[in-house]
Design a protein around this ligand. Structure first.
Ligand code: AMP
Length: 214
């Protein structure tokens, strides 16, 4: 049975959307480092204060900060399993995760990579809107023009402050420089990495991922 998963891909590939759907279908916990950090920034915690400026500029939060946060999260066993979304993002994070899992005798079952061309990503990210209440993700064209509210919970919908075009371009550069080595790292383990084309409908992508997991 697949229990412990990672979802990788460039910003805007649809990792968050797919991670929620997969977590639901497989019955695992969704752990998004971006969501955890945004929550910490919103609450003004020490972690949030350390992360805030990096996030605003589209840069990665330092490895030590992220690794502290993840090892806290995984310190208690999560019986249902998990899907890590947005982590690891550097080779150092991937290596540290491998050590942590080994220490705890936890097996990583699959790494899902959603692949999308950069020019599509810029368009998607600058049009992305999120619900401040439940985190639902929309594209600007999908929002109800009359209410301008979230269809799911009625919450307020906003653009993330790192989804401005200049910041988006920086986040993509950071991804290609610092996160693509993580893909190579996992591709060395036979049968671990599933790669799917992310330039299709949300449901088609989910189906292909679910096939790869079964
Ligand atoms: P995301 O929601 O995954 O796009 O993450 C938003 C921002 O949070 C990123 O642009 C980084 O500034 C920060 N972040 C999230 N996950 C990580 C990570 N694993 N390592 C470093 N920074 C991260």
């Amino acid at each position: 049975m697949v229990k412990n998963l990672i979802i990788l891909g460039p910003p805007g590939a649809g990792k968050g959307t797919q991670a929620v759907k997969i977590a639901d279908s497989v019955g695992v916990q969704h752990l998004s480092t971006g969501d955890l950090l945004r929550d910490a920034v919103g609450k003004g915690t020490e972690l949030g204060n350390k992360a805030k400026d990096f996030m605003k500029q589209g840069l990665l939060v330092p490895d030590e900060v992220i690794l502290g946060m993840i090892s806290d999260k995984l310190s208690e066993p999560i019986a249902s399993g998990w899907i890590l979304d947005g982590f690891p993002r550097t080779l150092k994070q991937a290596e540290a995760l491998s050590r942590l899992l080994k220490e705890k005798d936890i097996e990583l079952n699959k790494v899902i990579l959603i692949d999308v061309a950069s020019k599509i990503l810029v368009k998607r990210l600058t049009g992305r809107r999120v619900c401040t209440n439940c985190g639902a993700i929309y594209n600007i064209v999908e929002i109800d023009k009359n209410t301008q509210k979230c269809d799911k919970c009625g919450g307020e919908i906003i653009a993330r402050n790192d989804d401005k075009e200049e910041t988006v371009r920086r986040r993509l550069e950071v991804y290609f420089e610092q996160t693509t080595p993580v893909i190579d790292f996992y591709s060395k383990s036979k049968g671990l990495l599933i790669s799917v084309d992310g330039d299709r409908s949300i449901d088609d992508i989910t189906s292909e991922i679910m096939e790869g997991l079964s």
